[in-house]
Structures are given as structure tokens and as C-alpha cells.
Design a binder for this molecule. Structure first.
Ligand code: PAF
Length: 296
């Protein structure tokens, strides 16, 4: 642990800080929390967990242009580095890496990391190229920080699956730590994009968590078919007049393959109930990972 939180903006400063920590603290682990900033309690919980489990905690704050489509919110993605640094320090980060785009991509990248299949459904289908952007930047960040453990929130459950597949396939020596979704008191998953919601949209946005809870109950009380669950999710979300469904799907987790719940092999396996719903121009995602009960 460093005495104070240190902010660096270049890759060489970052590498030097990690190198000198490792030299002075042999055997201690480096934990890494990659973010796009505008930190909330969800990010803070990742940093706090990394603090408990490592000698050095590195946080990156970088709004990665590669993972935004041409008509998405890259330019208006919320940014507040000073506030972020305060939250990072309070949660226990030692080293905060805040590179400019030119530091991360000094020239247009000709190399992208692409994870087949796991990346293609859900957000991969509605945001083409998104996961290639995520996999590429996370590979770069892993190469820069060389952490022992990296912490990712399950609110982006497909992202977690993509990163796990990528690190296994490319033999990247890092342990991926899955961390639970943090929620507001009314159940809305914490997200940097929640600030875009109007008061009425914010009120109606709790329908995502409610629909997921109802679908989880239906699975527990089951048996239930995939199409019944699909109908349940959609009907529930449509009770919110401002909600526009991008997708509401049930897939195996972590393979993100289509599920047939009536199959005998379903028992004991994990499914991902995954939602992406727009409120005006704001697209929210949420999910539940549920184990299919074994029935006699
Ligand atoms: O989850 C995020 O904030 C981003 O996708 C990540 C992992 C920091 C890559 O830019």
C-alpha cells in the first residue's frame, strides 16, 4: 500500500510505480480495477474489495473511444476526474491511471482483440464492435499494469464472460474476480449512465430489477419454458410506459448461448437473464444469474 493515492497519466509512470512497488514488496499482489470513471458506489465496492485482497490497488479511468459506436455517447459520457480521485482515495486506491486518448492510442490501432461467440449476442448484437473495443483496451491495460487480480462488476455480466474467455484463450496471467451488482435502495442497478435519466424515467427504471426478480421467482417455482420467461420479462417491462426494450433474453452463462429451459440438461446450470432497455436516449442494462433448480 502506498502512503497516499498517486495519479499518473503516462504508461511509463504507471509501469515505474508498479515496478517500484513490486521491488519494495516482494510477494505482495497487485489488484486492478479498470473503469471509465464517473465513479459510483459500484466502482467503490470493487476498489474496496481489491484493497482487502492486495498490497497495491491500481485503478484506471479511461473513456475508451474504441468501445463506442458512431452514434453512441462517447462525447457526452459523464466525466469528473477530480471527484473520481476523491472517491478512489476514500475507497483505498493507491495508484490512479488517467491517460489521454493519445497516450493509449498514439496512432489508429491496427490490432484488435476479438472474442468470438461470447461477444456476439446481447450487447454484442445491439452494439456492433463494442466488445472488440473492450477486449482490446482491457488487454492493453493488463499489459501495462500486469496485475495479479482484476475486478469486474457483474452488472456487465457479458463483459465478465468475454474477459474471462479472453484471458483464458490468451494465457494472460491474471485472476478475474466477479463482483456483485450494487443497487440503489429501490433496486435500480448503479450505473454512471443513471445521471442521464429524467425524474420520471428514473422512477420507471426500477422495472428492470422488478422484471428480473419476477423471472427469477418463476424459475425457482418452475418448471417454466424459455418462451414463458421471455413473455414474462417483456410483459413486465412494458408496464413502464417510457421503457423501450432493446433486448430481453435468457442465455446460458457464461457461454451466452441460447437456452432451452425444458431440456433435461438444464438442471443445475446457470442462466443469465439479461435486459437492455432504453428510457429516452438512455440505455440501461441489468441482469440476474440464476441456477436452474433440480426437480424430481
Ligand atoms: O466496464 C467498463 O467500465 C469498461 O468497459 C472497461 C472494462 C473499463 C473497459 O473500457
Amino acid at each position: 500500500m502506498l502512503m497516499t493515492t498517486q495519479a499518473v497519466t503516462t504508461i511509463s509512470q504507471l509501469r515505474e510505480a508498479v515496478r517500484s512497488f513490486r521491488a519494495a514488496n516482494p510477494g505482495q499482489q497487485v489488484g486492478f480495477v479498470p473503469t471509465m470513471g464517473y465513479l459510483h458506489e459500484g466502482h467503490a465496492s470493487l476498489i474496496e474489495r481489491a484493497r482487502r485482497e492486495n498490497g497495491l490497488v491500481v485503478l484506471s479511468i479511461f473513456v475508451n473511444p474504441l468501445q463506442f459506436g458512431p452514434n453512441e455517447d462517447f462525447d457526452k459520457y459523464p466525466r469528473d476526474p477530480e471527484r473520481d480521485l476523491r472517491i478512489a482515495a476514500a475507497a483505498g486506491a493507491d495508484l490512479v491511471f488517467l491517460p489521454e486518448v493519445a497516450e493509449m492510442y498514439p496512432q489508429p490501432t491496427k490490432t484488435t482483440v476479438s472474442v468470438r461467440d461470447v461477444s456476439s449476442g446481447l450487447c454484442g448484437a445491439s452494439r456492433p464492435g463494442h466488445f472488440d473495443g473492450v477486449s482490446t483496451v482491457v488487454t492493453k491495460l493488463f499489459n501495462m499494469v500486469q496485475p495479479d487480480k482484476a475486478y469486474f462488476g457483474l452488472k456487465d455480466a457479458q463483459q465478465v464472460a468475454v474477459i474471462e474467455q479472453m484471458t483464458a484463450d490468451l494465457n494472460i496471467p491474471v485472476q478475474i474476480v466477479r463482483c456483485p451488482t450494487m443497487r440503489e435502495t429501490d433496486g435500480l442497478a448503479k450505473s454512471s449512465r443513471n445521471v442521464y435519466l429524467s425524474p420520471e424515467e428514473r422512477k420507471q427504471a426500477i422495472v428492470l430489477n422488478e422484471a428480473l426478480a419476477a423471472a427469477e421467482r418463476a424459475i425457482q417455482e418452475g418448471p417454466v419454458t424459455t418462451s414463458q420467461l421471455d413473455a414474462l420479462l417483456r410483459t413486465r417491462i412494458q408496464t413502464a410506459p417510457l421503457a423501450e426494450i432493446d433486448y430481453a433474453e435468457i442465455v446460458w452463462y457464461p457461454s451466452i448461448e441460447p437456452v432451452e429451459l425444458s431440456s433435461r440438461e438444464a438442471a443445475g446450470r446457470e442462466v443469465l437473464l439479461a435486459l437492455a432497455v432504453k428510457f429516452g436516449r438512455t440505455r440501461l442494462i441489468d441482469n440476474r444469474i440464476v441456477t436452474i433448480p433440480t426437480r424430481q
